[in-house]
Design a protein around this ligand. Sequence first.
Ligand code: SAM
Length: 283
Amino acid sequence: MLSYRHSFHAGNFADVLKHIVLLEMLQHMIKKDKGFSYVDTHSGAGLYHLQSAHADKLQEYRQGVAKLMDLNWPELNLYQQTIAAFNSKSAKLGFYPGSPLIAAQFLRSQDHAWLYELHPEDYKRLVKNTQGYSKFKVFKEDGLSGLLGRLPPPSRRALVLIDPSYEIKSDYDAVFKTVASAYKKFATGSYAIWYPVVERSRIKRMHQQFVKSGIKDIQVFELGLAADAEGQGMTASGMLVINPPWQLMTHMQALLPKLTQALDETGQAFYRCEQLVPQQGIE
Ligand code: SAM
């Protein structure tokens, strides 16, 4: 039974981090003419109305994207332009694009996208929101098994976003196991895995699993609005990136300290930029 709906959370601080990293990776993929596959294992609805009853209930975007659109930082340009493309100049922040429509801004005629979404309502919305994009295939299937069935992609170039809601505690292990299998089939793919920090011990365990897995070149980026605390819900979130573009770390090192300051409301906000596993791996 799926109860998570991303429409309650679109544009929050976790989306900001996830989509900034995704944008950086998409930009890197299109530097080469050769086509690539974009795989979004947990796609959501694709586009969110920020004045809808869902978004309005928690208004999480006010602690996220809404604080960033007027900042004049070169490092944020791409993110701001991407969000602005879904909004009129007068309404400024009426809509927030999800990962599939963010990717759609970058995909070219030689690229493909495979999108997975299980929630019946969000699946319907995703189909509707991606109707104009002939290179997009949308599946109402489990995204983790879907991913394994697709690898290696015919082009041998792929960007994979894994963004579950972690409603079930076993999701953490399922994500690790899927990525470990995916890497065995296709070690040169770029993988971006989002995670919430709700219980720090779970994240430490997941990081350790990756460190011991033999997977090389892993970076971790986190942004937290409050110090780790169990029982408080999601206080931080992170992106674990395998085979990151070479400029990602430099970009995040420049942006994350400023971003953390801009989003901080409690004096406890923090960030983390770390090479978790070096390029040559840990023996
Ligand atoms: N990636 C989206 C974005 O950045 O805009 C947000 C995705 S949201 C965090 C997670 C989505 O995964 C939800 O819409 C949920 O219905 C869907 N979902 C949950 N379990 C799934 C599964 N096993 N396979 C595919 N989708 C799933």
